[in-house]
Design a protein around this ligand. Structure first.
Ligand code: C2E
Ligand code: MG
Ligand code: MG
Length: 715
């Protein structure tokens, strides 16, 4: 430790030297001039200063030293009568004073040591205060300090500046703080603060708006922490306030981007689902919050897009979005879900009727043409509605249901509206399972064929079989063809399924004839769908199968429905004509229930009409059905076509049909469809029902078209 000793009395110097030398490295001077010289080149830990020296007296001595070394801890010595001066020196920054000739070695040493310690502590305190001041001045945060006991609320300059206030402008009471808060958040701030004061939270933190003198509202984050006294009572809360307006603006922009559709500016799917879920949750708690959900899909948008281009397509979407927005009430939410799909959440909506009225209004709004640049475009939407009156549920599911309803509406035609019913959902869900199952059945051999005999009338001799596809699921349950054939047609699976049936039926027939002479003239009728013509190469398929199986073309009959013919008349007629040139025959299935426009019959190469079983079953007895059967028979006769009556179940039907000279029959009366391994058993069988007289005439050549005008041989 280095000691600066100012002492002009040699005796006292001697004394001090003895006492202090073991503890300090001592530099001794006798005048203030000497001090000045020493301090110019040295640093000391402590100074011991005699106030009365050669060149200076009293307080001036201390003040000069102090000026020379402001940081140096100084202990002053004074004479007995100079108490007042010594005290003044202490008041001006001396650490301590000693009265000359009244101290001991121990006393001096202690005074010097304390002087050094206290000076160190003071310096630290001063530095930390300075740091704090610097921090306050430099911080982006404003600082506040609430004295809970007195209610004063002290704030930093920066705090004021953040709110556009001059330093003195703030009232300094906790109420003044609360008054500057946005009323919407004031209660929340106060209760959050109270929670913290009650010890429920480790610190207080909340974002809220504060009034800015010039800019209106700014968002700030206030944070704070309670200070407790020894008894554990909260005495103060010290805290900060930072401006988060910008961050919140960025956040808000991000949220906006995440929740709006770029093209139309409407809410996007995510935002819509969120709002829908809120509405739904509200409804579950309160049945008065009924709402309507509309799913809209533009009709023929793809056509517009493809023919007029994407730009026009986009402009149409924007224009539709605008009209929809104008068509709803102010609180309703319009969203674009993607592509040409829109959704509307109408809230509150009183039941399905109100939702349907809204839909009708929207249809009307969209009915006006859209003028997009040079184009005038007509657009319409198909609308599916889910009306939630007492129960909400999962938003995704609600939207899916609305989608299902929309899809049904679309299938029924353009610009329609359909209300969702739970049954629709079951149908769709079931359909999906079914489709998966059917794919698997196709891949894994889950399909089989049954064969139903077709007989000549009236003798009931076997002329051929109709192949009927069967699907038995792995669990043993079978699915009706009237269910899975339409499904296969819709999904396109029919192409594969049809090819398999064709191959299987022809191969079976070829094999049967190789093994049994009695089978060599029998025909095989295979049902085909129009989709097989549209999407598969029917001509190639038949040619290939016939070649591979060796079955003569003349023994293959294709059964098509009227609808199948009409869906794709040009292609179908072309393929049928080419196949017929090879000898393949064509029968028109389920005749009578389809188009009822008979003019096309002549345009297609048809060999036989199959009277739909609904007519067969009405004879004898139902005069309407009788008349139709009669008309079909005479029409066929005029066109040189044969007639097969489907669904013959009773001897009376048979007798009646035979009486009308219907050439062929098929039905449970003769045989149900049988499995392939039972086919041999049918070959020699007599299909005549016991009740009927034996055949009177020769059988006709099954299924071949006669030349027009040629009459059936009368027996
Ligand atoms: P379809 O071609 O008119 O077949 C005749 C249907 O009538 C068969 O029903 C048959 O079992 C039924 N049937 C036969 N005799 C009687 C009877 O006396 N009374 C009654 N009530 N019904 C009788 P199935 O097998 O359920 O076939 C239904 C429809 O499924 C067929 O009608 C046909 O349109 C379609 N289908 C069946 N197999 C195939 C196939 O391989 N391909 C295509 N595309 N469609 C097929
Ligand atoms: Mg058929
Ligand atoms: Mg039929």
């Amino acid at each position: 430790m280095r000691l600066l000793l100012l002492e002009d009395s040699p005796a006292e110097y001697e004394n001090l030297l003895v006492w202090l030398r073991p503890h300090f490295q001592i530099d001794h001077v006798t005048s203030v001039a000497g001090v000045r010289k020493l301090l110019a080149g040295n640093r000391y830990d402590v100074g011991l200063i005699d106030l009365c020296v050669d060149d200076s007296r009293d307080l001036a001595t201390f003040l000069t030293v102090r000026e020379l070394a402001p940081e140096l801890p100084v202990v002053v010595q004074s004479g007995l009568q100079e108490d007042a001066i010594a005290l003044e020196a202490v008041a001006r920054g001396a650490q301590d004073y000693l009265v000359k000739r009244s101290f001991t070695a121990e006393l001096v040493r202690r005074a010097l040591r304390y002087a050094m310690e206290r000076a160190g502590a003071e310096r630290e305190l001063r530095e930390s205060r300075e740091r704090y001041q610097l921090a306050l001045a430099g911080a982006r945060d404003g600082i506040w300090d609430w004295n809970v006991l007195t209610g004063t609320f002290v704030v930093s300059e920066r705090w004021c500046a953040m709110l556009g206030l001059a330093p003195g402008e703030f009232g300094l009471e906790v109420e003044d703080w609360l008054l500057l808060m946005h009323p919407a958040e004031r209660d929340a701030v106060w209760s959050t603060l109270q929670e913290h004061l009650a010890g429920a939270t480790p610190h207080f933190e909340i974002e809220h708006r504060m009034h800015h003198a010039a800019e209106g509202w700014v968002w700030v984050r206030s944070r704070g922490m309670a200070v407790h006294d020894a008894a554990g009572r909260v005495t103060r809360v010290a805290g900060s306030q930072s401006d988060v307006t910008e961050r919140r603006a960025v956040e808000a922009e991000l949220v906006r981007r995440a929740t709006t559709d770029d093209l139309t500016g409407l809410a996007n799917r995510a935002a819509f689902l969120a709002r829908l879920q809120e509405a739904s949750d509200r409804l579950d708690g309160n049945p008065r919050g009924a709402f309507g959900l509309l799913f809209l899909d533009l009709d023929r948008f793809k056509v517009i897009n493809d023919s007029l281009g994407h730009q026009v397509g986009d402009r149409l979407l924007i224009a539709v979005a605008q009209r929809l927005s104008l068509g709803v009430r102010p609180g309703d939410l319009v969203a674009r879900l993607g592509g040409d799909e829109f959704a509307i959440l109408a809230e509150p909506v009183d039941g399905p009727r109100a939702a349907e009225e809204l839909a009708a209004r929207l249809h009307r709004t969209l009915a006006q043409p859209f003028v997009l640049g040079d184009n005038q475009v007509f657009a319409s939407v198909s609308i599916g509605i889910v009306a939630c009156e007492s129960k909400g549920g999962d938003a995704e599911e609600l939207l899916r249901n609305a989608d299902i309803a929309m899809y049904r509406s679309k299938r029924a035609g353009r610009a329609g509206t359909e209300l969702f019913a739970q049954a629709h959902h079951a149908a769709v869900a079931g359909r999906l399972d079914l489709e998966t199952g059917l794919r698997r059945a196709l891949a894994e051999g889950g399909l089989s064929l049954k064969y139903q005999p077709i007989v000549g009338l009236p003798g009931a001799e076997l002329v051929g079989f109709e192949a009927l596809v069967r699907w038995t699921q792995p669990d043993g349950r079978s699915v009706d063809p009237s269910v899975f054939i339409p499904l296969a047609e819709e999904t396109g699976l029919i192409v594969e399924l049809g090819a398999w049936v064709m191959q299987e039926a022809c191969a079976r027939m070829a094999m049967l004839s190789r093994m049994h002479d009695g089978a060599s003239d029998l025909a095989i009728s295979v049902n085909v769908s129009s989709r097989q013509f549209a999407h598969g190469d029917m001509y190639e398929l038949v040619r290939r199968v016939l070649t591979e199986t060796g079955l003569p073309a003349s023994r293959l009959v294709l059964e098509l429905t009227e609808t199948a013919l009409m869906e794709n008349p040009v292609t179908v007629a072309d393929v049928l004509t080419r196949l017929r040139a090879h000898g393949v025959r064509v029968h028109l299935d389920d005749f009578g229930i389809g188009y009822s426009s008979l003019s096309y019959l002549q345009r297609f190469p048809i060999d036989s009409l199959k009277i739909d079983r609904s007519f067969t079953q009405g004879v004898p007895g139902q005069s309407g059905d009788e008349a139709i059967v009669r008309a079909i028979l005479s029409l066929a006769s005029a066109l040189g076509m044969e007639v097969v009556a489907e669904g013959v179940e009773s001897a009376a039907q048979l007798a009646h049909l035979a009486g009308l000279r219907c050439g062929f029959g098929q039905g449970y009366l003769f045989s149900r469809p049988v499995e392939s391994r039972a086919l041999d058993g049918l070959l020699g069988r007599d299909f005549r029902p016991k009740a009927l007289p034996p055949a009177l005439e020769r059988p006709l050549a099954f299924g071949h078209r006669r030349r027009a005008g040629e009459r059936v041989a009368q027996g």
